[in-house]
Design a protein around this ligand. Structure first.
Ligand code: DQA
Length: 150
């Protein structure tokens, strides 16, 4: 079982730190990547960290993850609420999938309450700010350890 994890970020998350900081905070995506890379190292995980504003790129990374990764952490951003294609791609992946949202989507507009991706995710973290990514990494490490022992 591979200990490589794909951490995928959807549209507009490249603007973290500048974009609606009252909702998403002041940390940038580069800050998140730095902290996740350090934590992944500590947990004995490899990490591929990606962001795209294009749906097809996220789908292609899920396909790449099928070939080499043990787990996927994904913040699909607005595609969460629209993308059957990302759900279908994730359904082809066999390892753990964790969905992360920086904000608590359930406290926000009604259209954010439904997630296509949750139909596949093994767990969902929402409203923990950027800390959610680190919690998801710890959970993936736990699940991969558990699989390795089984
Ligand atoms: C988000 C929540 C989504 O509703 C929104 O479209 C985003 C970010 C979050 O991390 O809180 O772009 O996924």
């Amino acid at each position: 079982m591979s200990r490589l994890v794909y951490l995928l970020n959807g549209p507009n998350l490249n603007l973290l730190g500048k974009r609606q900081p009252h909702i998403y905070g002041h940390e940038t995506l580069a800050d998140i990547e730095r902290d996740c890379t350090a934590l992944a190292h500590e947990l004995g995980l490899g990490l591929r960290f990606h962001q795209s504003n294009r749906e097809y790129e996220i789908i292609d990374w899920v396909h790449a993850a099928r070939e080499e990764a043990g787990g996927i952490i994904i913040n699909p951003a607005a595609f969460t609420h629209t993308s059957v294609a990302i759900l279908d791609a994730l359904n082809t992946f066999e390892g753990p999938v964790l969905e992360v949202h920086i904000s608590n989507v359930h406290k926000r507009e009604e259209f954010r309450h439904h997630s296509f991706v949750s139909g596949r995710a093994d767990g969902v973290i929402a409203g923990f700010g950027t800390q959610g990514y680190q919690l998801a990494l710890r959970r993936v490490a736990f699940l991969l350890d558990q699989q390795a022992r089984a």
